[in-house]
Design a protein around this ligand. Structure first.
Ligand code: SF4
Ligand code: SF4
Length: 95
């Protein structure tokens, strides 16, 4: 039984030794941040499509009658979608 515990610790130590690889995680984290740049409140969204029409970068898309953020990495935070939404369903994070 003691050996089993030792194996688990060994695995964790292996991950720790690959610390250098953490650098590769950064782009992924940035992507996640981008995802939060534009937020659609699905309860408020009526699926009118205004935001899709005004977005110059093709970030948004209508899916199942609601706007969704399809390409968050392309968002330039211009705010056009937010201004065009009649239901105040979009929030653009300017940070
Ligand atoms: S903030 Fe601008 S670039 Fe980003 S989704 Fe809205 S309209 Fe498109
Ligand atoms: S403009 Fe607003 S209500 Fe219309 S599809 Fe976009 S998020 Fe939904």
């Amino acid at each position: 039984m003691g050996e089993v515990v030792a194996e688990g610790v060994g695995d964790r130590a292996g991950v720790g030794e690959d610390g250098n690889r953490k650098g590769h995680e950064n782009p992924f984290q940035i992507k996640l941040k981008n995802k939060k740049m534009v937020k659609i409140n699905k309860e408020k969204c009526s699926g009118c499509g205004n935001c899709i029409e005004v977005c110059p970068f093709g970030v948004l898309e209508i899916k199942n009658g609601k706007a969704v953020v399809k390409h968050p990495e392309k968002c330039k935070k211009c705010g056009a979608c937010m201004s065009a939404c009649p239901n105040n369903a979009i929030k653009v994070n300017s940070n």
